[in-house]
Design a protein around this ligand. Structure first.
Ligand code: AGP
Length: 582
């Protein structure tokens, strides 16, 4: 169930039966397990390589010098080289290239029969991030787990207790979960659990209920999670806006932001941080907040924000956007903003995730669990929350009730529009099969659609391995146009909005270079058919929700190109669903 978090190798350890490891997807490990493994407890891991290639030796779990302690780890031990040097000087040898093996070897040198104590002593010498689970041959009924940066959740069941990286893996057994916080260490047995801090102080941690069912994390008859999650779009938008619109007043109501509404209304500046698709959702948010709410907004790549000098003032806030709520760079950005005393906010899909718990206030986007690595439903739900946020703040900063009512109406009718969009999936599939043979592509868009062009190109990279780039339409002639020829298609996003004419001029520049043009245009646009090689017509909607509609077409396009190329669209190579390392 957790394979989408990392899938280049896997392993399992059962006290009394030892460890089995395999390279590649879990199926390869399953093939090596030819008989039922006797035992009532164990630990397992799916890997996303950080130190050392995906090999059997580097796969988890790793063991200590005595071969008695076994450990699985999610994260990075930053000072593993220094520790390894010390252990080597004590005659300890290493079988793998991993930082993880160094940690369990260190624990082994400190172990005197109390596993949790040895783990505590070792972690006091460690710098970095970790979610770990450790077992010993001597105490098969105990698992010690610890958290710093990477997610760890306990599952409290009737017929046993469990540990996982996220709740979706526990749903087959229980919906009662305990989220560990950074610096906490738990001892889990079949009958109970106890939690202490890294310096030994007892922590009272009560279980919380997970809100969604196991069905939500299954394919339900679809061939892939990605296409299932694309087809969930109408329902997801309906869930994202439910109870959050006051249609007659033209206002939005976001419970998670009520405590900070005054600060939001008088902000001087908003800084949005995120990675990948979440960053592009933030970019769309910026256009909308500046255009409709008059709020000066910047968008920062979280991996840059956390290391650059930031100059917040008393009336600014930092807003994190994240599907998983566990992305290391985004989490670190929020923590550095908190250290600067800045108000921190979140648009987070995963309830109970670390960023959701660390931010001062925020909005859950209720897209439900997203399993496919390529983010689709969570992305359009993030865009929808930005429309709600624009309405909420805009109506506090001079937006008229009339404009507010228009925007609320545009959101109310959106699920219906998306049902219509999805009826065109076969049409998009046919076009995708035609464009699947190209090795390069450039997406162009303007204003609200510039970030959507980037999202479209990211998806084609992720699930179809095509070298796709994206530019604001007006930027093409300043260099990228040099690459164009009959083998280099342009994918143009040109709905009939207030920059349509400008996009048409850019498309004419491209046509003059004989590059194939696939245009996503507004139904009834007769002019575009004279210019483009292929056109997909989209329903006409309010400009503020058009980016959401256009995105669904681009997600379908990427999915069907990946499918036409016979690729694993749910688990693209070299990726992981939640990037908990920096
Ligand atoms: C998107 O399809 C990718 N999976 C990736 O770029 C993702 O958006 C990024 O890693 C951020 O993840 P988050 O939203 O969980 O923070």
């Amino acid at each position: 169930m957790l394979e989408y978090r990392g899938y280049d190798s896997a392993g399992i350890f059962v006290p009394g039966s030892g460890a089995i490891k395999a390279v590649g997807p879990i199926d390869n490990l399953a093939k090596k397990i030819t008989a039922t493994i006797p035992g009532t407890s164990g630990i397992a891991h799916t890997r996303w390589a950080t130190h050392g290639e995906p090999t059997e030796l580097n796969a988890h779990p790793h063991t200590d010098a005595s071969g008695s302690l076994w450990l699985v780890h999610n994260g990075i031990i930053e000072n593993y080289r220094e520790i390894k040097e010390k252990l080597l000087s004590q005659g300890i040898t290493f079988a793998s290239q991993t930082d993880t093996e160094v940690l369990v070897k260190l624990i082994g040198t400190l172990y005197k029969g109390d596993l949790r104590q040895a783990v505590m002593d070792a972690l006091l010498r460690v710098r970095g991030t970790y979610g770990i689970a450790v077992m010993s041959q001597e105490h098969p009924d105990e698992i010690v787990v610890a958290k710093m940066g990477s997610p760890i959740v306990l599952g409290i069941g009737h017929d046993g207790n469990f540990v996982a990286s996220d709740p979706s893996a526990l749903l087959a057994h229980t919906k009662d979960v305990v989220y560990l916080d950074d610096g906490e260490i738990a001892l889990v047995t079949k009958d109970g659990y106890s939690v202490i801090s890294i310096d030994g102080e007892h922590r009272e941690k009560l279980p919380e209920k997970v809100e969604w069912d196991i069905e939500a994390v299954q394919k339900q008859g679809y061939e892939h999670f990605m296409i299932k999650e694309i087809f969930e779009a109408p329902e997801v938008i309906a869930n994202t806006i439910r109870g959050r619109l006051l249609f007659d007043k033209g206002r939005a109501k976001l419970g998670g932001l009520e405590s900070v509404i005054n600060e939001l209304a008088s902000l001087n500046r908003l800084q949005i941080v995120g990675c990948g698709s979440a960053y592009y959702a933030g970019q769309v948010g910026r256009y909308l907040l500046e255009e409709y709410a008059g709020l000066p907004t910047e968008v920062e790549l979280a991996s840059e924000y956390r290391y650059k000098r930031n100059l917040p003032d008393k009336k600014s806030a930092v807003l994190a956007v994240s599907q998983s709520g566990e992305t290391a760079d985004t989490l670190a950005s929020i923590r550095s903003a908190k250290q600067m005393g800045v108000l921190t906010l979140g648009i987070i899909n995963t309830v109970g995730s670390t960023i959701a718990r660390d931010t001062d206030a925020g909005v859950h986007n209720h897209a439900g669990p997203e399993i496919a690595v390529a983010s689709t439903k969570a992305f359009i739900s993030q865009l929808t929350v930005f429309v709600l946020l624009t309405l909420l703040i805009g109506r506090e900063r001079g937006m008229s009730q009339e404009v507010g009512v228009e925007i609320a109406e545009a959101l109310r009718t959106l699920p219906e529009t998306l049902i219509k969009v999805l009826t065109q999936s076969e049409e998009v599939k046919a076009i995708a099969e035609k464009y699947a043979n190209y090795s390069d592509a450039i997406f162009i868009g303007r204003k609200f659609h510039t970030p959507i062009a980037h999202e479209g190109s990211l998806k084609l990279k992720e699930v179809a391995y095509i070298h796709a780039e994206a530019y604001a339409g007006g930027e093409l002639k300043h260099g990228p146009i040099a690459m164009l020829d009959t083998n280099f298609p342009i994918i143009a996003l040109c709905p009939q909005d207030d920059v349509y004419e400008k996009m048409i001029s850019n498309i004419e520049e491209v046509k003059a270079r004989k590059a194939p043009i696939l245009a996503f245009a507004t139904e009834g646009d007769v002019h575009i058919t004279e210019l483009a090689t292929d056109v997909v017509f989209m329903p006409k909607v309010h400009p503020i929700v058009q980016p959401i509609v256009t995105t669904v077409y681009l997600h379908l396009l990427a999915y069907y190109v990946g499918l036409a190329k016979g690729l694993n669209v749910d688990r693209p190579r070299n990726l992981a669903k939640s990037v908990t390392v920096e």
